[in-house]
Design a protein around this ligand. Structure first.
Ligand code: NAD
Length: 451
């Protein structure tokens, strides 16, 4: 008999607020709590546009697009654009908030932003995607720009999408050097060779460093680690190759159609060729088929959600078998699931740290475009590794300090906010969020409130 499903709040923006509220007690936001907290949490600007697009059959279809600028406290907005049937304003607000924290953690001089168009990219031809992208870019007008808000790829958008955004923006701003308006561009348009794999590469460096400094019982490195990856797109596919090259066994993989399992290890190269030929990883020779749900619960050491949000919830967190979760996707785990995982001793490297490699290399691409230079690939790789290792060390150290002084933080918080829910013992997500919120708070205080 199936257990009754547990009801929990699955609104992503409220989920981000719970994460913020759990982190704030460890920051100076506590002094002057309400106004400062609202300033640091609420988005600065929300744009919603209606997009008429002619489809190949001649009809006009209407789509809705969103761009949210969460914070410019530390610099211009930066964040991806996704095409997804469930893209909506609350989701985009949450994703923009996480971008602010992510940019702060890896110390790139940007604030957070995000965009989305509600559409099913699987049902659109290449021509329809191009017209939709161009219409969205035109509708955003001067809300995006090289020094205001700089988009990048995300779910179901890629270098080609970025090339169309650049071209459309450039047609609207002739006579200017517009390359830095968007990152994740093709190489021929000022892109960086390492950008496509950067999110996965960053997650790989974070995992590697975390295992070196914190370790897992029976696992001091990636060599021999059994890894399951949900999602086989930009983030998941590149991660599978990187972990495999480091000696890990990829025991399970999935995409939107389903998953595959092989306890002796899947070759990501073969899985990639199979996916290119058949549009899914399902059916790869020598593998057992899994449902998307089963993939998350598979027997493995490290679970890498690299697909979409809200995958690990109060309804399956009890059944996760991994010792460590590395969130390459944004928002895959709910706060209630965080608590269940922590209670079971399962560690989790949060999205704002694990997937920050993409924005680091986007920053390098933006900087090389501003300078009209071509950066060296090897230097980009070295700098990415250094930043990801450093951010991991900062978060692990901060968590240890927060745990040590937990009682005094909790008492001070209860005095400040007697009606607030009880503070849980801080995990890595709370530590990462606290590092980021504290840095944003310092920047905001130094700038002052204008006028
Ligand atoms: P993508 O479009 O390249 O790939 C998405 C993959 O997820 C596809 O393989 C798709 O089949 C799979 N998928 C979708 N729904 C699924 C489901 N229910 N179960 C299993 N698989 C499913 O997207 P991406 O760029 O790899 O982004 C994946 C995640 O990583 C997103 O959460 C995104 O926000 C995050 N992320 C991406 C970047 C980046 O640079 N691309 C940066 C930071 C974070």
């Amino acid at each position: 008999m199936n257990a009754e499903p547990v009801l929990e709040d699955l609104d992503l923006h409220r989920m981000a607020k719970v994460q913020f509220d759990r982190a704030a007690p460890y920051t100076e936001v506590v002094d002057g709590w309400r106004g400062m907290a609202q300033w640091l949490f609420e988005p600065e600007r929300i744009v919603e546009v209606v997009l008429p697009v002619r489809s190949d059959d001649g009809y006009v279809h209407i789509y809705r697009g969103y761009r949210v600028l969460h914070s410019t406290v530390r610099g211009p907005g930066k964040g991806g654009i996704r095409f997804h049937p469930e893209a909506g304003v609350e989701e985009v607000k949450a994703l923009a908030t996480w971008m602010t924290w992510k940019c702060t953690l890896v110390d790139v001089p940007f604030g957070g932003a995000k965009g989305g168009v509600r559409c099913d990219p699987h049902l659109l031809s290449q021509g329809e995607k191009e017209r939709l992208t161009r219409r969205f870019t035109a509708a955003l007008g001067d809300t995006i720009g090289p020094h205001t808000d700089i988009p990048a790829p995300d779910l179901y958008t890629d270098a080609q999408t970025m090339a169309w955004i650049y071209d459309t923006y450039s047609m609207m701003h002739p006579g200017s050097a517009n390359l830095p308006v968007v990152t994740g561009k093709p190489m021929a348009l000022g892109g960086l060779a390492g950008r496509a794999a950067a999110t996965a590469q960053g997650g790989f460096y974070v995992t590697q460093r975390y295992l070196e400094i914190a370790g897992l019982p029976g696992l001091g490195s990636l060599d021999g680690a059994r890894i399951a990856i949900q999602g086989f797109g930009n983030a998941g596919r590149n991660a599978a190759s990187l972990f495999h090259e480091a000696g890990a066994l990829i025991v399970a993989l999935s995409d939107s159609k389903g998953g595959i399992f092989d306890a002796s290890g899947i070759d990501p190269g073969q899985a990639g060729r199979h996916k290119d030929a058949t549009d899914s990883v399902i059916g790869l020779d020598g593998t057992e088929q899994l449902s998307p749900k089963e993939l998350l619960e598979v027997d493995c050491d490290i679970l890498v959600p690299a697909a979409i949000e809200l995958q690990i919830t109060a309804n399956n967190a009890e059944r996760i078998q991994a010792q460590l979760i590395v969130e390459l996707a944004n928002g895959p785990t709910t706060p209630r699931a965080d608590d269940i995982l922590a209670g079971r001793g399962i560690r989790l490297i949060p999205d704002i740290l694990a997937n920050a490699g993409g924005v680091v290399v986007s920053y390098f691409e933006w900087a090389q475009n501003i300078e009209n230079q071509q950066w060296d690939d090897a230097a980009v790789g070295t700098q990415l590794r250094q930043r990801m290792h450093h951010a991991t060390e900062v978060v692990v150290t901060r968590r240890a300090a927060m745990v040590d002084a937990f009682d005094s933080y909790r008492d001070r918080w209860q005095e400040t906010m007697p009606e607030a829910p009880e503070l849980p013992v801080p995990d890595l997500r709370t530590a990462a969020t606290a590092v980021a919120v504290q840095a944003c708070r310092e920047a905001a205080a130094q700038r002052g409130v204008w006028p």
